[in-house]
Design a protein around this ligand. Sequence first.
Ligand code: NDP
Length: 281
Amino acid sequence: MTAKIMDGKAVAEKIRAKVKAEVANLKTKPGLAAILVGENPASKVYVDIKRKTCDEVGIYSELYKLPEETTEKELLQLIGRLNKSEKIHGILVQLPLPRRINEEKVLEAIALEKDVDGFSLVNVGRLASGREAAVPCTPKGVIRLLEEYGIDLAWKNAVVIGRSNIVGKPTALLLLNRNATVTICHSKTADLPHYTKKADILVAAAGKPKLVKADMVKEGAVVIDVGINRVEGKLVGDVDFASVKEKASYITPVPGGVGPMTVAMLIENTLERYKEITRRK
Ligand code: NDP
């Protein structure tokens, strides 16, 4: 079997066009503030893409590139100002933050209605209790891709490799909320292939280049590769694409799979936050 490629780039383009059309009809503009602390090269690329996408769809954006030595207090003060800004409806703090800054404290400082990434404990709790509100962008993008390709989740075994708060755990919860039977694997899972071989839906989010080989995948599985790894100057996923595509029924490429979906979900979430805030006024 040769897998059908799940074209995240094309699906994301459709979503961007939809957001753009909706934004064009609004009286005021949704606004997103993105905060980057320090010099992480990958993070810089991501925030620039996010800002460019906002421009493209007509979302107002403010980008704060703060120096590495920014203190937690300064960061919290900036968030405090953005919480009050009438122009801003979503606040995004690009992770990871420098170690000396308390990530949880910073994320909790974002006003709940502006929590565009869904990382606040309240939104995590809502997701965990099946009352999804603002949902993290990458996991939401994974689910949207599955929906776009008409892949039903009920009665399916879904295996998620990775248990981070940003990708693995929320993805597992979204799959569970949609009636998949979910297993979460991590770096201390004994015999990873034992689980992956049972997966009808396999989501790889470990950050380990080509971790998932063909012999770890069930014939006809749907394989979603979240991983972004730079190897010898090239981007590769967590899945050995060349071999796994001969066994899977559907597979996402890297790049061009989950990555563009993440950005599309961010602008969709910004529009949702805007609607929620303006509705309440
Ligand atoms: P983290 O490093 O926070 O988490 C990685 C997870 O994978 C951990 O739970 C870890 O286990 C687990 N893991 C690591 N090695 C193995 C292994 N050999 N076998 C099984 N599990 C393993 O990464 P993130 O969740 O933030 O990101 C994961 C990947 O997704 C990265 O490549 C990142 O670049 C990419 N990413 C892509 C995005 C996109 O838009 N496409 C967005 C965000 C991330 P343990 O908990 O035990 O340490």
